[in-house]
Ligand binder design. Structure first.
Ligand code: SF4
Length: 331
């Protein structure tokens, strides 16, 4: 592990000033970054610990939405009464991630920024374009069971590992970021990058920018939502495939729907046509399957992950069926 300097500022302005230095990295709970530093994947010169910043509030917004401070822990976000009441999809997604101990440490801001769990990325003995641009990709011809089936490139076939972000995508959250010059708002759909020719770039954050909050718009989906995560073991495993499904119902008729997939691409995967196909009629096994096919259209699996296509389609159908049940109905 390389030596690095460390500072723990008390104010956002001071954190931004320190974070604007070359080689600086922000660290919150450290549940991902410290692993990467210990493995030699990341070599920050300067760690700016933002865990003590006053950014751990959940606040109701005037429009009926909610602001989650970036430093609120995943546990506290998932258990907050307003999150549970207005955004149960998000609470479910958060509670499906990691273990209780990790959720206590991990922050909302850090969850957005966690890096892929591609084994070849973490093992510096293998080629990896994300870790070292131009070096190759160990996963393309390696064991690629956990890798992407959508949105991959010649350079990289990694997936984004977050559960929280899949729910945020379905809820159309907005990431609020700051640097020393001011604040900007990034829709979650524009926050994570597909690999393309620059797999080393995970997000659209500029150097020195700090995530300060996530804004959730008012949602009509609280009564009918389901986050379904399919993984190799029942706890503490990343998703092979996950689905955030939410329905706005008028009687039996779907007024609008949201669908996002996790574990299949380097960002939560949405296809507007899949959601539109559900609107204006009751949910049926046929309409759910049709939406699932639209969502998976264009999937291109690799040697070991073709199973993800069918798994994802079935998971979408299942999540929609659960979301369609009356509130309080058994899963
Ligand atoms: Fe690296 Fe991406 Fe290839 Fe994994 S899939 S080895 S992260 S380039």
């Amino acid at each position: 592990m390389n030596p690095f300097s460390y500072a723990r500022p008390e104010t956002v302005d001071e954190a931004l000033r320190l974070g604007s230095q070359p080689g600086a990295r922000y660290i919150g709970g450290g549940t991902n970054l410290l692993d990467l530093v210990k493995a030699g994947v990341e070599q920050p010169q300067y760690l700016v610990d933002v865990s003590r910043l006053p950014l751990a509030e959940v606040a109701a917004l005037p429009d009926g939405g909610l602001r989650l401070g970036a430093m609120i822990s995943n546990t506290d976000a998932a258990n907050h009464p307003l999150v549970r009441e207005r955004y149960p999809l998000l609470a479910q997604a958060l509670l499906s991630g990691a273990s209780g101990q990790l959720r206590n440490m991990a922050t909302v801001g850090g969850n957005l920024l966690q890096r892929t769990r591609c084994h070849y990325f973490y093992d510096t003995g293998f080629a990896c374009n994300k870790r070292k641009p131009g070096s190759g990709c160990g996963a393309r011809d390696g064991i690629n069971r956990i890798h992407a089936i959508l949105g991959a490139s010649e350079q990289c076939i990694a997936v984004h590992p977050s559960d929280m972000c899949v729910a945020l995508a379905a809820l159309e959250a907005v990431v609020v970021v700051r640097d020393t010059t001011g604040e900007r708002r990034i829709p979650i759909a524009d926050f994570h990058c597909l690999p393309g020719n620059t797999p080393q770039i995970d997000t659209t954050l500029a150097p020195g920018e700090l995530v300060v909050a996530v804004d959730l718009p008012p949602s009509p989906y609280a009564a009918h939502a389901c986050y379904l995560k399919v993984r190799d073991r029942a706890s503490f495993a990343f998703a092979l495939v996950s689905v955030a499904a939410a329905l706005e119902l008028s009687g039996n008729t779907v007024r609008s729907a949201r669908l996002a997939l996790g574990g299949v691409a380097h960002k939560p995967w949405r296809v507007p046509a899949a959601e539109q196909a559900l609107a204006g009629r009751p949910l049926t096994a046929l309409s759910a399957a049709s939406a699932a096919r639209l969502l998976l259209a264009g999937a291109q699996p690799f040697e070991h992950n073709a199973f993800k296509v069918g798994l994802a389609e079935r998971a979408v159908v299942r999540a929609l069926q659960v979301a369609n049940r009356p509130p309080g109905g058994s899963p």
